[in-house]
Write a protein that binds this ligand. Sequence first.
Ligand code: IVH
Length: 517
Amino acid sequence: MSDESPAERAAFLREELNRHNRLYYVEARTEISDQEFDALLRELQEIETAHPELITPDSPTQRVGGAPIEGFTQIRHSVRMMSLDNTYSEEEMTAFFARVQKGLGREKVACVVEPKVDGVAISIRYEDGQLKHAVTRGDGTVGDDVTSNVKTIRRLPLKLPTSSPQTFEVRGEVFMTKEGFAKLNDERDEAGEARFANPRNATAGTLKQLDSRIAARRPLDIVFYGLASAEGINVESQSEVHQLLDDAGLRKADLVWRTDSAEGILEAIRDLDSKRKSLPYETDGAVVKVDAFGDQRELGETSKAPRWAIAYKYQAEQAITQLLSVDIQVGRTGALTPVARLTPVFLSGSTVSNATLHNFEEIARKDIRIGDTVVIEKAGEIIPAVVMVKKEMRTGTEAPVPVPTACPVCQTEVRKDEEQVVLRCPNPQCPEQVKRRMEHFVSRGAMDLRGLGESVVAQLVDLGLVKSVSDLYQLDELTLTRLERQGTKSIQNILKAIEDSKKQDPWRLLFGLGILH
Ligand code: IVH
């Protein structure tokens, strides 16, 4: 190693890091630990800092984001990015297949059915095997160059294997996994920032960031479904595109069906519907494509969409109910979130009596009033939200939702956050905020103080026994006898849990304190 030049060592590290990245994301296995990976990455960073001329575009160090830019440059797509026609019923789907049969003059037509990933469309071009640019759809002809944001996606290879077409333009969808999205929103709560409404909004917002270091911290992911061009090879079907993507280490949709009849297509659509909840990303439909490119060419396209493909959109799971009242929840950081209390209604597997209204701006924008008949929606595992008002059902007795000027709990005058969206109680001693902070502190992911559930925390705060987490460690048996419904045994358990928590790992304490930013 000692007689290796910095250029040689950098090249070695780049290859190694890219190889480990590929192993992890494509083959789902690892040869080294995260720490070892980070150590190699740091070594490469150090060499590049000392010798900036050694930085290459495919260096894994380029994924961390760079200096903010003024605005996005526009790039013309080499092949137009079309959208798809939508259908919402099995009859329309059957009619689509009948048009295809008629157009091709035969009964059996091989088709593929893929999940319709609910993210943001992207076109990615590789030249000489290196990632050249990533462009949003824009108007289908020109889009925004969002390369620096897209490069932060660790699953995306910055360099293709030599066996793949070296000039290669592929189409796919950038998204956030359901899990990554939930975590991001939790972190935003923690930091006192506004929550994103859904993974697609969060993804679109992230791709529009002028500072790619922000994108680097967001859980973006990518999946591919199409080809714009591939140099030097003949690709003759969508099935071959799937194979080509696989070989290039570009992730394609996890589920694909192949069929040649209308009934087969409908079965695939129903099968996807039963499986899509367990996919890591949100899907809003199925895309049906005629498989053979020859057939696709014969069918052609309209001015906006191909005649050889169609999107079947699943009904978003919605229900109609009455908005009875609006409560205000005070979060750990003082953010005031309006919550709709509803006439209980059954929605995709459970009875729903509360839904989020996000914030007061949303209420104004959707003109939601108390007493309204509202449509609520549940997307994936996300808590239900009020999506719209049935204005035609108004009787005139509906009342506007009052915007609070004071915290409903401690009466401190509220403030708007910098983004002017979230209302906040600025009083850190607000009993509600203290409760939320305590609940976080004792939660399983933090100090894991069993026996200190929500009701005990509420009583401790309401009785003035604790004002901050440090007060927990002053509690004794006599004080705890003031709690309702807690016998000697549970009091002993609480004291033991508090005592045991002193031995918890330091990271649990640090996380439990929930320090802003
Ligand atoms: S094919 C000409 N396949 O849905 C064919 N699109 O409304 C164009 N999408 O812009 C698209 N999953 O962003 C195709 N498996 C899939 C897809 C998919 C998601 C998105 C894509 C497209 C939009 C069409």
